[in-house]
Every structure is written in C-alpha cells, then in structure tokens.
Ligand binder design. Structure first.
Ligand SMILES: [Zn+2]
Ligand SMILES: [Zn+2]
Length: 260
C-alpha cells in the first residue's frame, strides 16, 4: 500500500514557508481510497479524483471534510457508482444535518437519484475493520471535541496508524501498541506547550500531553507529526524531541509517500 500525503497542515496558508502549500488533512491510499478530505485534495487532477471510491473520515471538522462535497460534484458524471464514505454514525448524522442539507450543499445521497446517488454513507464503529482488496482499514479510538476516530491501515506486510485529531487518548496508544508490524504512526500535535490551555479547550495535543500518553508504551514505529499550526511547527518539533528522547520522529509533509 502507498499512502500519499496530500495535506497535513493544521491550517491553510504556509505560515511564511513558501515550500509548504499548507493544505489541510488528506491522505491518498493507493489510488482509490482517501483518508479525510481537507484542502490537500486540491492537488489531485480530475482523473485522480474520479478514481477514488472510498473516503474514510476521522470527524466532521471543516479542515477534514471541506473538499468532500466539492469532489462528489466535480467528478460525479465520470463515475459509475457512488462515492462511499465510511465514518462513525455520529459524523454521518452531523454531515447530513449541517452540510448535505440542501442549504449548504445538495443532498447527494438522493442526487442524481435515490437509486443512483453521488454519495453513500456507511457507518463504521471504533474497533471495526473493513477489508478492501486485501487492504485492512480499522477504526481507532480518538478523543477530540466532536465524535472522532483514527484509522489503522494494514497491507499484510506492514501497518500504519493515524490518530486524526485528538488530545490525550490512552485508548489510542493501547490499541496501536498491539498492531503487528507497525511501521509509521501519524499523530497530530496542533499546539506548542505554551498553549496547553488551548490544547485542552480544543481537544488537541501539545508535546507534553503526548509525552504523558507515551510514558510506558514501548513504541518502535516512527512518529510522523501532523496538524502543526504553521507558525509553531519548528517549536512543536523541538519540544517533542526534548520530551520524547529516543523516539524517532519527524514532521509529516505534503508530498510524502509512505509504503507499508
Ligand atoms: Zn478537529
Ligand atoms: Zn483538524
């Protein structure tokens, strides 16, 4: 499996770094699966968009779903079946009530017709796995301000875990520490330690909160840090390295391709 990072920033805008286009969370898995549909999706061509059959959503926040309504409309007439969106029942209910409500965007679960819709939602519970062409996607626990989940991907040879948006969440680390052949862990760290009050209020990680969760967990996989707020990226990485000596880590970047 190949995981191509389309966007992994905590905000749009580069924060002054011209090398980083600042797209928000979206990971393309092989050519047919997308994990989150933030503004990073903008880098895909129409052909690439039309090949996506499955979208896995961690949660309903705009930086993770902004391109979902738009991509359904953009390439719907090139597709032969609906885009299938896998996420929690709670997130489905939020998207149907607040996005696909015929006010913000048409209800594509009934357009072009109820029999042949542009999108179909399928509920997924934490702990549940789906197998698509031999590739396993498992929903993981996450602890955020709205109902959220992470995802683990397993190819049979190796695995990758992605936290989505979360704050302190021992259940996430307990679950992934049991995954065999875990090669990469993409984990968010939105704020530096000086903003720990904001991290608590917004239910995101800062370095000392991750360090607390990782104490006592024997993690051999590489940590890839995502959702950095642009002006604080270097500061957050420095604080993480100081708090977690001996753990391999780096900032995840748009354009990275991870193989498992
Ligand atoms: Zn969020
Ligand atoms: Zn987010």
């Amino acid at each position: 499996m190949k995981v191509r990072v389309l966007g992994c920033s905590g905000a749009i805008g580069s924060g002054g770094d011209a090398r980083d286009p600042g797209g928000t969370t979206a990971l393309l898995v092989d050519s047919d699966m997308l994990i989150d549909a933030g503004t990073g999706v903008a880098v895909l061509s129409d052909d690439e968009l039309a090949r996506i059959d499955h979208v896995f959503l961690t949660h309903s926040h705009l930086d993770h779903v902004a391109y979902l309504p738009l991509m359904i409309d953009a390439v719907g007439d090139r597709r032969t079946g609906p885009l299938i969106v896998h996420t929690s029942r709670a997130t489905i209910d939020i998207l149907q009530a607040h996005v696909f409500n015929n006010l913000i965007w048409p209800d594509f679960t009934r357009i072009p017709s109820a029999d042949a819709p542009g999108v179909r939602f399928e509920a997924l519970e934490v702990g549940e796995s789906l197998v698509l062409d031999g590739r396993t996607v498992t929903a993981l626990p996450a602890c955020h301000s709205v109902p959220s989940m992470g995802f683990a991907l397993a190819s049979g040879d190796a695995a990758l875990a992605f936290s989505g948006d979360t704050s302190s969440c021992p259940a996430f680390w307990a679950r992934i520490s049991a995954i065999p052949e875990l090669r990469h862990v993409i984990v968010e760290t939105a704020f530096p330690d000086a903003q720990i009050a904001l991290a608590h209020a917004a239910h995101h990680y800062c370095p000392q909160l991750i360090a607390g969760d990782l104490l006592g967990i024997g993690l051999s996989a590489e940590l890839l840090i995502s959702h950095l707020k642009p002006p604080y990226g270097e500061q957050i990485l420095d604080e993480l390295r100081a708090a977690l000596p001996g753990i391999a880590m780096r900032a995840l970047q748009a354009g990275d391709v991870l193989e498992i």
